[in-house]
Design a protein around this ligand. Structure first.
Ligand code: FAD
Length: 302
């Protein structure tokens, strides 16, 4: 961005704008470079103004949640990363029904689960232990233990690149395996989810059960971005990586987890380059042995 663009950005976003922000360090991988500017946005009006400005100047932007499904390259990222805060963190019952919630994209999945537990609402417990935000979970159609975010969604509110906002019903939305097909540059603002009433204690127990299971299966004590590769049709990326003998392989500060071979963990001081080198090694070995091209589930930015 030019100095005058940086100045204008500061004018629009005020104290919520941070230049040369260490995005990689703040992602759950805790590796990678900086973004030119990070903007914390707490209202739809401000978001509209910001998106309008960025669009008019052709400055690239993207919204991030918790950064738990991304890898920022060491060289960093040009343009602007937007974080949704304030009004976007709200969770409330819908006016129509007590078992329907309107959830802001900036709310954490943890807060959403605690809200559901306290009110005895079941249907989202499978999200336990996924360290993302609601917007990220919608965009990734996050899932585990046979459940996925899209199954509970009734409608999604989105802002397009011109700043216009609309609710789109489930029937017109396209959710797939770890994927939500939406217009380019559209921003998820809120989602309406439909749940079922149950006792708070039953919801709590299921959350605890899933957390225990995740802890047993996944290296959640070390920085990572969860599963690195998508499971190929009819197979499991983790089993393939294990079969080619790569569990425990290290490059620099990055390691293919001993506990779950589809996780690459930062065991201390990993660079994004270390992680990318392991990704390349996995792809090469799996291609050679299984003639399968593994696709990334995480997104590499920069
Ligand atoms: C320990 C661990 C365990 C995990 N377990 C699971 C699991 O069981 N199942 C699973 O599915 N995933 C899992 N993940 C991956 C990740 O947590 C999920 O994909 C999560 O939904 C990502 O949410 P986020 O807020 O971090 O998204 P981010 O990583 O911040 O963003 C993901 C993508 O969504 C886009 N995006 C985010 N918010 C918005 C928005 N409001 N509008 C438009 N675009 C947006 C971003 O630009 C990016 O393209 C795990 C990760 C870790 C570290």
């Amino acid at each position: 961005m030019t100095p005058s663009q940086l100045k204008n950005l500061k004018k629009i976003g005020m104290n919520g704008v941070h230049f040369d922000y260490p995005l990689g360090e703040k992602s759950t991988f805790r590796a990678g470079g900086n973004v030119e500017a990070l903007c914390e946005v707490s209202s739809a009006d401000l978001l509209r103004e910001l998106v309008g400005y960025l669009g008019s100047e052709a400055i690239p932007y993207r919204v991030l949640g918790r950064g738990s499904n991304i890898l920022v390259k060491d060289e960093g990222l040009e343009g602007v990363v937007i974080l949704l805060e304030g009004e976007f963190e709200r969770i409330a019952s819908s006016n129509q029904a007590n078992n329907e919630l309107v959830v802001g994209a900036g709310a954490s999945l943890f807060d959403l689960l605690m809200y559901c537990r306290d009110r005895g609402l079941t249907g989202l417990e499978f999200l336990a232990g996924i360290p993302g935000k609601v917007g990220g979970a919608v965009c990734m159609n996050a899932g585990a233990f046979g459940g996925q975010m899209g199954d509970r969604i009734v409608a999604v509110e989105m802002m397009d690149r011109y700043g216009s906002v609309s609710w789109i019903d489930k029937g017109e939305l396209d959710f797939g395996y770890r994927h939500f097909n939406r217009p380019i540059d559209s921003i998820v603002l809120r989602t309406l989810v439909s749940l079922v009433t149950d006792s708070a204690e039953a919801v709590r127990q299921r959350i605890v059960g899933y957390l225990k299971e995740k802890k047993r299966r996944q290296p959640i004590d070390l920085p990572s971005a969860g599963s690195v590769f998508r499971n190929p049709p009819g197979g499991y990326a983790g089993r393939m990586i294990e079969a080619v003998g790569l569990k425990g392989r290290r490059i620099g500060g990055a390691m293919i987890s001993e506990k779950h071979a589809n996780f690459i963990v930062n065991i201390g001081g990993a660079t994004a380059g270390d992680i990318i080198s392991l990704i390349e090694l996995i792809k090469e070995k799996v291609k050679h042995r299984f003639n399968t091209d593994l696709e990334l589930e995480i997104e590499v930015l920069g």
